[in-house]
Design a protein around this ligand. Structure first.
Ligand code: NAD
Length: 232
């Protein structure tokens, strides 16, 4: 039952790169290995883009192709199945499209999406590109170079207020596959209601946020179990 009679219970899923690890996509820490050859300033910042856009496009073209070739895993699928019984909002730091491809219909990508390109002019027109590369010289309708629709270091995360409102209204919250070290996930968990059912799954966690029960282990085995408990 939700907080008010007749309302479907509300669930917020807060996901990070660990959820997609078993789909073969490296987590933030593992990806940091890739980044050792090039610093994050070169690959994921407005300054890096101005200095060497071809290098930035190459990096994201490779990530996009890999993310598009990956398949949703059983944890993504279980999360999508929650919509049969609950009002579900997925707030994800992930830039892949595995939640949507598993069937989730309400996904807020706070750090942007690999599957979209956008113009670099004031209108910031967005284009769906799925797994396709972006090349130098590819322009938006306004005539500006296309770039990945990704939130880079130093840029504003998206859906801040909306995500906060959903977390504050949720009856149940599942945090999965995030170290909670990157904004905004870290601060969002503080907005959860004290009486909400709050669960956190990851391989390890130095400090579990107050009120959350910790369910350690691989997302593909732990998340379907949690969701079975919630659905039954
Ligand atoms: P992180 O690397 O800081 O933390 C990953 C967490 O996932 C860790 O707590 C780890 O214990 C856990 N984990 C790893 N494998 C797991 C598994 N199989 N099952 C359950 N938990 C597992 O990652 P983060 O907190 O998501 O960092 C956020 C940043 O990473 C964001 O900026 C995001 O945009 C970016 N990112 C996204 C992707 C993607 O879209 N798939 C990939 C890499 C990085």
């Amino acid at each position: 039952m939700g907080r008010y009679p007749g309302m479907r219970p509300r669930i917020v899923i807060l996901s990070g790169s660990g959820l997609s690890a078993e789909s073969g996509l490296p987590t933030f820490r593992d990806a940091a290995g890739l980044w050792r050859q090039h610093s994050w300033q070169e690959l994921a910042s407005p300054e890096g883009w101005r200095r060497n856009p071809a290098l930035v496009l190459e990096f994201y073209n490779e990530r996009r192709a890999k993310a598009w070739a990956a398949q949703p895993n059983s944890a993504h699928v279980a999360i999508a199945a929650l919509e049969t019984k609950f009002d579900v909002v997925v707030v994800t730091q992930n830039v892949d499209a595995l939640h949507e491809r598993a069937g989730s219909t309400n996904v807020l990508h706070v750090h942007g999406e690999l599957a979209f390109a956008r113009g670099t002019g004031p209108a910031r027109r967005r284009y769906r590109i799925d797994g396709a590369p972006i090349e130098i010289g590819q322009l938006c309708d306004e005539g500006t170079q296309l770039r990945p629709d990704i939130v880079w270091f130093g840029e504003m995360t998206q859906f801040r207020d909306e995500a906060r409102e959903h977390v504050a209204a949720a009856d149940k919250i599942l945090v999965v596959g995030t170290s909670l070290s990157v904004y905004p996930a870290a601060s969002l968990v503080d907005d959860a209601r004290a009486d909400a059912d709050k669960v956190l799954n990851s391989l390890e966690m130095d400090e579990v946020p107050r009120g959350f029960s910790f369910r350690p282990g691989q997302a593909t085995s732990v998340v379907p179990r949690i969701i079975d408990e919630w659905i039954s």
